[in-house]
Design a protein around this ligand. Structure first.
Ligand code: AMP
Ligand code: MG
Length: 348
């Protein structure tokens, strides 16, 4: 298949892409979180192409994107009070809410669940595409399933060129990690995935918010059994997170890097800006300053993809503070490493 790559500011080409979407084709487009792979959410055949192009397991439901709050009524059975408050506070923006679905929503979107996830993106290109296509757009991240999500059109091209009809280039995504997914069907909403809208921001509006216990598993001491969690957001090389007090972490990573190098492996280190100069390894990727976790999030997937480009065999990563956007960063790093965490201890 020939993939047409267009610039988001080229109005004529943009209209062609919107039309293609309306006619059941796939269009990748930028949002403020990551690039999405869009199809007409009300056309099951079109939606099926998303699963095929990505190689996405069919039991993983999709998020439906809208550009007007009024469209939400058509997609959901009810809008709980909490959701109304959150729409007011955070839409358009990186917050996805899970509602009881209406009959209009095809089963292929929800993987057979009776709920549907909906978001209104803040990106002007995304909003324009939804409006011009005139349909709600189902869109997961525009990557091959399991790989780091795409935050530039270059990432989308790497993964999906030849597999989809259009890619709209709109530069780099501002937030860089996916939306927060919040289940609002329960009395107290539950975070199913941490993302661009943080727990702290949600608590300010709602008072109490729960977090899905599955996200709390930190596996902080023993390396976890890789089979226990599915791999996601992952670079090709095996990845380990190193936890512990900062000085010990640097020492431990250098020790592991040395041992791996001696075994003939090409080693990558994911480092904070503050520590980057302290490592000895073939490839050191500076994830950004711990003083600006937002920037670390914005570059996270590009950082992970750099390891693929540089063809490393094994990656050792620092861990980052789990507050604010840091919760989303650590959630993605835990998945990328299949939960393999090594604790740096004082050696005796
Ligand atoms: P992606 O768009 O690939 O980043 O993933 C969308 C996320 O939303 C996945 O974690 C899905 O499991 C989640 N999701 C989508 N629809 C639902 C739903 N109805 N209930 C719970 N989670 C959902
Ligand atoms: Mg994804």
């Amino acid at each position: 298949m020939n993939t047409i790559i267009i610039n988001g500011t080229d109005d004529e080409a943009f209209s062609d892409a919107a039309k293609a979407l309306r006619e059941g084709m796939l269009v990748a487009f930028p949002t403020e979180t990551v690039y999405g792979l869009g199809a007409d959410a009300l056309n099951p055949e079109a939606v099926n192409k998303i699963y095929e192009a990505k190689g996405r397991p069919s039991d993983n439901p999709l998020i439906v994107h809208i550009a007007e709050v009024s469209k939400l009524n058509e997609l959901v059975a009810e809008i709980p009070e909490a959701a109304t408050l959150l729409i007011e506070a955070f839409w358009p923006g990186p917050l996805t809410m899970v509602f009881k679905k209406s009959n209009l929503v095809p089963d292929i979107i929800t993987a057979g669940l009776d709920t549907v996830a909906v978001r209104m993106p803040d990106s002007l290109i995304a909003q324009k595409l939804i409006r011009e296509a005139g349909v709600p757009i189902a869109a997961p991240s525009a990557n091959i399933s399991g790989r780091p999500s795409p935050t530039t059109s270059k990432h989308v091209i790497e993964d999906l060129k030849g597999r989809i009809e259009y890619i709209i280039d709109g530069g780099s995504c501002q937030v860089g990690v996916e939306s927060t997914v919040l289940d609002v069907t329960t009395d107290i909403p539950i975070i199913l995935r941490p993302g661009g809208i943080t727990l702290e921001m949600l608590e300010k509006v709602l008072g109490i918010v729960y977090t899905d216990p599955a996200l709390e598993i930190k596996g902080n001491i023993k390396p976890r059994s890789p089979g226990m969690k599915y791999r996601h957001y992952s670079p090709k090389a095996e990845m380990f997170l190193i936890s512990g007090v900062p000085g010990l972490v640097v020492k431990k990573i250098n020790k592991l890097a040395k041992e791996s190098s001696e075994r003939g492996l090409r080693v990558g280190v994911l480092s904070s800006f503050e520590n980057a100069h302290k490592y000895k390894a073939e490839v050191i990727v500076n994830a950004g300053s711990v003083k600006h976790a937002d920037n670390i999030a914005a570059q996270l997937y590009d950082s992970l993809r750099t390891f693929d480009e540089k063809k490393v065999d094994i990656i050792y990563s620092e861990i980052f503070e789990e507050k604010g956007i840091g919760r989303a960063i650590m959630n993605r790093l835990r998945k990328a490493s299949s939960g393999k965490i090594i604790e740096a201890k004082e050696e005796n």
